[in-house]
Design a protein around this ligand. Structure first.
Ligand SMILES: Nc1ncnc2c1ncn2[C@@H]1O[C@H](COP(=O)(O)OP(=O)(O)OP(=O)(O)O)[C@@H](O)[C@H]1O
Ligand SMILES: [Mg+2]
Length: 323
């Protein structure tokens, strides 16, 4: 795959103001997403995954702010665009299935009414019956019957709510879909079904997808490219197969090793130690206090990003070391 990217992100940084100084929640994230490509973002709680995708939508609210970087969505520079351009781009060019999306549905509106509101807000000039036909088709596209449109959120199961959120995210045929843990509240079987649905609509649209998740096994199945975040940085990003077969950052290794070896089906349980403070980051490599490979150099020198032969990018002094 080497088409022009639908999304390119360069040196993105997001800071949250705190009494002790700025918390660097996202700190120099760079990647590109090609049409039809699925990128999985993994990393511990607090590593900056949600903040990254919210920044792409220009949805960071005070005390947070985008401190630097570039986000290009096709020919739109999202960080320089006017508020009205940004509003227009949301849903039509880039759409988010937010973390906890199931609770984001409006409880007092039927499913069809909330999708209709979205179509109207984005200037649909169709008559009501034509819009309803579109809504039925959208619901059908995520495996829901047309009658689901008449139901209210409390009448839906978790999996159905997630499907409705996906239907809304794809309603205006965006070229990029951001899905922030869209299945984490669901049981394993429903998770798989919802992910398959997401892949189905993504393929139909030819959209690029960023999927955030904790389940490395699900990522291995879903993503073409996996990005590993630690303390606001992408510490390793590369093709899924290569990254799983031969992880180059010690943190990636530990994430993969912490999976049960039999079948690798379960969410990682975490690795020893705690992530660093985002305000008072340790000197050197942010991972050095937890890293089994760390030496004197790692305690003082921040690793620059290295690009390996297979296109992988890794922030570790010893990324090419054997073993
Ligand atoms: N509104 C806020 N005010 C202050 N700090 C915030 C705010 N939102 C996020 N942060 C900081 O940004 C960091 C990254 O948070 P983020 O929600 O992006 O993590 P995440 O990787 O999505 O975690 P999770 O897996 O738990 O969803 C957090 O450590 C937190 O300290
Ligand atoms: Mg999150």
């Amino acid at each position: 795959m080497s088409a022009a990217p639908v999304l390119s992100v360069e040196d993105l940084a997001v800071h949250f103001a705190t009494p002790k100084g700025p918390a660097r929640a996202v700190d120099g994230v760079t990647f590109a997403l090609e049409p039809g490509q699925r990128l999985g973002l993994v990393g511990e709680s607090g590593s900056g995954k949600s903040t990254t995708v919210l920044a792409l939508m220009r949805m960071i609210r005070p005390p947070g702010r985008i401190a630097r970087g570039h986000v290009r969505l096709g020919d739109v520079d999202m960080l320089a665009a006017s508020p009205s351009e940004v509003r227009q781009s949301r849903f039509s060019r880039i759409a988010l299935v937010p973390q906890g999306a199931m609770n984001a549905l409006n409880p007092v509106l039927s499913v069809a009414a909330q999708i209709d509101d979205l179509l109207l807000a984005h200037g649909s000039a169709e008559a009501k019956t034509a819009r309803r036909a579109r809504i039925d088709a959208l619901l059908d596209g995520v495996g829901l019957k047309a009658e689901t449109g008449d139901l209210f959120p409390h009448q839906l199961s978790g999996g159905m709510k997630q499907r409705v959120c996906i239907a809304m995210a794809v309603a205006l045929s965006p070229s990029v879909i951001l899905a922030d843990e869209p299945t984490s509240a669901l049981d394993v079987i429903v998770q798989k079904q919802v992910l398959r649905t997401l892949i189905g609509v993504q393929k139909r649209l030819g959209a690029g997808v960023i999927l955030i998740g904790h389940d490395m096994a699900l990522m291995a199945q879903f993503a073409h490219v996996v990005g590993v975040m630690y303390a606001g940085q992408l510490v390793e990003i590369g093709p899924t197969k290569a990254l799983f077969a031969d992880p180059r950052h010690p943190y990636t290794r530990m994430l993969i090793a912490s999976l049960p070896s039999f079948e690798r089906r379960f969410t990682f349980r975490g690795i020893p130690g705690l992530p660093p403070s985002l305000v008072d980051r340790p000197e050197g490599c942010p991972f050095h206090p937890r890293c089994p490979r760390a030496d004197a150099r790692c305690r003082v020198e921040t690793p620059a990003e290295q690009t390996l032969a297979d296109g992988r990018r890794v922030r570790c002094h010893y990324a090419t070391e054997v073993g």
